[in-house]
Design a protein around this ligand. Structure first.
Ligand code: HEM
Length: 151
């Protein structure tokens, strides 16, 4: 096993945690949670997202750290276009996640603590939209990385 393989393993572990977690939240948890009354639904999401978002910070560390280590070892000038595209979209995904963390995620926690369910629902909706953007970007990035669309 080469060092590159270990980095690729850490990279993909991060991608699986982040993109897989978003897919689970969007396609499985959300439809089930919609059947709950607002107080229970928003309290549940607060508990779920608090845990998931800490996992996402770990995943970001793994993906960005290993990604740039692999890119740097090959050389930025020699790296295929697909790797540059992946790095660019990956950094946009990190920016979108940071905008969730510092924006609607803080608002959701405050709304749940104050039992302001209307504000909480609005904050959760903004989180849902941005997670949806990152789910699309993440899926597209995996396609760029694997399908040979750019060399
Ligand atoms: C943030 C900056 C990122 C950098 C600098 C980066 C860089 C890299 C590099 C250099 C490789 C090695 C490719 C190879 O050995 O063939 C790689 C593989 C891969 N990356 Fe990224 N990446 C980043 C983000 C992402 C993101 C956000 C995703 C998906 C959501 C992703 C998905 C993948 C996949 C699926 C592979 C495996 C491709 C293969 O080996 O065929 N990467 N990445």
């Amino acid at each position: 096993m080469k060092f590159h393989h270990a980095l690729l393993f850490l990279h993909l572990a991060g991608v699986i945690l982040w993109v897989g977690g978003m897919a689970f939240a969007h396609f499985c948890l959300r439809p089930a949670a919609l059947e709950l009354p607002p107080a229970q639904r928003l309290t549940l999401w607060c508990g779920v997202l608090g845990r998931f978002f800490r996992v996402v910070w770990l995943a970001i560390g793994l993906i960005v750290g290993s990604g740039f280590a692999m890119l740097g070892a090959t050389g930025f000038a020699q790296a295929p276009v697909a790797w540059h595209a992946m790095a660019g979209i990956g950094l946009v995904m990190v920016a979108v996640f940071a905008s969730i963390w510092f924006g609607p995620w803080q608002a959701l926690q405050q709304a749940v603590a104050a039992e302001s369910w209307a504000q909480g629902a609005s904050a959760l909706n903004r989180i849902r939209q941005r997670v949806g953007i990152n789910l699309l970007l993440g899926t597209f990035t995996v396609a760029v990385a694997t399908l040979g669309l750019a060399v």
